[in-house]
Design a protein around this ligand. Structure first.
Ligand code: PLP
Length: 375
C-alpha cells in the first residue's frame, strides 16, 4: 500500500489520515450519471477529465491511466526508454517511482538528495551520469518541487529526457511555474490518499507533446490503434468512467483544499517553532503539502510517544530505495543524506478535514516531547 495508514496504527483517535469523503452527495451524482449512461471504459467522463486535469496542471494534453506508476512507466516507454538505458531518480520516494523504471526494462540509478529540499541533488545527478543515462525522474516529494531550474540545466547539458513525478504535487509550482511543465512529461497519481484522490486507483500523464500523448493513449489500451489491431505490446491500464466522474467532481475543489493544506502547514510551522524537532524548510511558496514531515534524531521514540497520546503518524520513508531488497540487483548507491533522512523523518497528520483543535493537540504533544530536565 503506497501511502495509507499502516496496520500498526491501531486506529488512533486522531488518525494520520481520514479518508471518509465529505463530498458524498457530489460523488453519488457522478456515479449516477455514469450508471445512467451505461459506458464504463474509455468514455466521455474520461475524455472530459483528461482535458480538465491537463488544464489545471498547466499542460495541453492529459492521458489517464490506471495508476501513477503506470503513468510513469508508459510515459517512459512512450519516450523510447527501455532495456539498456539507465534512468536516474531519488532514493527518497515511494518505491513505485523506481518500479516504473524497472517495468520498462531500464535500470534505475539512485542519486542522493539535497538535505534541505529532500529531493534530487543536481550535483549528485551529475556524478551519476554515464554513457547509458537516458532520462531523469525528479520527484516533487511531499508536495514541494525539486530544484527544477538546476536539474533542467544538468539534463540539457547531458541531453537527458526529464519525466517529472508529480504524484505528490498536484497544483504545486516551482518559481511560479506548474510542476510537470519543465520536462517532457509528468506523471500524477489519484490513489485515494493523494491531494486529488479517486475512490480507487488512477493516474494520468500530462504533456505538451501531442505525439507522446497519442502514443501513451495507445499503450494504455493494449497497444491498439484501432479495434483489435495491436500495433505494439501495450498494457491494460485505463481510468474507468466511475473514477473519472468522481475525479471531475473533486477537481474544482482542489485549489481550496490545497489552500487549507497550506494553512495547516503554516500553523504547524509557527506553533512548532520551539518544539524539539526540525522542520524541513519551505523553499517554494508553491508547496502543496501532500505531507508534513518533521525530523528527530529520536524518531521512533517520538512516534511511539505520539501514538500513546492517540496521535497517528507515518514514516515517509523508512528505507531508502537502494537498500530495498527489490532493488538489490541494481548497483547499490551511496546515498548518505537519504540514509540519515530515512532514520529521522516522521509525517504528522495533515489533511484538509483536520480540525484546528487537532492541530493544536499535535503541537502541544510535540512541544512536550522529551522535556528538558529543568521543566
Ligand atoms: C512519489 C510517488 N510516485 C509514484 C507513486 C505511484 O502512484 P500509484 O500508487 O498511483 O501507482 C506514488 C504513490 O504511491 C508516489 O507517492
Amino acid at each position: 500500500m503506497p501511502d495509507g495508514p499502516s496496520s500498526d496504527d491501531v486506529t488512533p483517535e486522531l488518525p494520520f489520515l481520514r479518508l471518509v469523503p465529505d463530498d458524498v452527495r457530489g460523488v453519488r451524482v457522478a456515479i449516477e450519471r455514469v450508471l445512467q449512461r451505461g459506458i464504463f471504459e474509455l468514455g466521455p467522463e474520461m475524455e472530459a477529465f483528461e482535458a480538465e486535469f491537463a488544464a489545471a496542471a498547466g499542460s495541453t494534453r492529459g492521458v489517464s491511466v490506471g495508476s501513477g506508476t503506470d503513468a510513469l512507466a508508459l510515459t517512459l516507454r512512450g519516450l523510447g526508454i527501455g532495456p539498456g538505458d539507465e534512468v536516474i531518480t531519488t532514493p527518497l520516494t515511494a518505491a513505485f517511482t523506481a518500479l516504473a523504471i524497472v517495468m520498462t526494462g531500464a535500470k534505475p540509478v539512485f542519486a542522493d538528495i539535497d538535505g534541505d529540499r529532500l529531493t534530487l541533488s543536481p550535483s549528485a545527478v551529475t556524478d551519476a551520469i554515464t554513457s547509458k543515462t537516458a532520462a531523469l525522474i525528479p520527484v516533487h516529494l511531499y508536495g514541494q518541487a525539486a530544484d527544477m531550474p538546476a536539474l533542467m540545466e544538468v539534463a540539457t547539458r547531458h541531453n537527458l529526457i526529464v519525466v517529472e513525478d508529480c504524484c505528490q504535487a498536484h497544483l504545486a509550482t516551482c518559481g511560479g511555474q506548474p510542476v510537470g511543465t519543465f520536462g517532457a512529461a509528468a506523471a500524477f497519481s489519484f490513489y485515494p490518499t493523494k491531494n486529488l484522490g479517486a475512490l480507487g486507483d488512477g493516474g494520468a500523464m500530462c504533456t505538451n507533446d501531442d505525439q507522446l500523448a497519442d502514443r501513451v493513449a495507445v499503450l494504455r489500451d493494449g497497444g491498439q490503434t484501432s479495434r483489435c489491431m495491436h500495433t505494439e505490446t501495450g498494457v491494460n491500464s485505463r481510468l474507468d468512467e466511475l473514477q473519472a466522474a468522481i475525479l471531475r467532481t473533486r477537481l474544482p475543489r482542489l485549489p481550496q483544499r490545497t489552500e487549507r493544506r497550506r494553512a495547516i502547514a503554516a500553523t504547524y510551522r509557527e506553533d512548532l517553532a520551539g518544539a524539539p524537532v526540525t522542520i524541513p524548510p519551505e523553499l517554494d511558496a508553491g508547496h502543496v503539502y501532500h505531507l508534513f514531515p518533521v525530523r528527530s534524531a529520536r524518531r521512533d521514540a517520538l512516534r511511539a510517544y505520539l501514538h500513546d497520546l492517540g496521535i497517528g503518524t507515518l514514516v515517509h520513508y523508512p528505507t531508502p530505495l537502494p537498500r530495498q531488497p527489490a532493488f538489490s540487483r541494481f548497483t547499490p548507491a551511496e546515498c548518505q543524506v537519504a540514509d540519515a533522512v530515512c532514520r529521522e523523518v516522521l509525517s504528522l497528520p495533515l489533511y484538509p478535514e483536520l480540525a484546528d483543535e487537532s492541530i493544536d493537540r499535535v503541537c502541544d504533544a510535540l512541544k512536550r516531547f522529551d522535556p528538558p530536565s529543568s521543566s
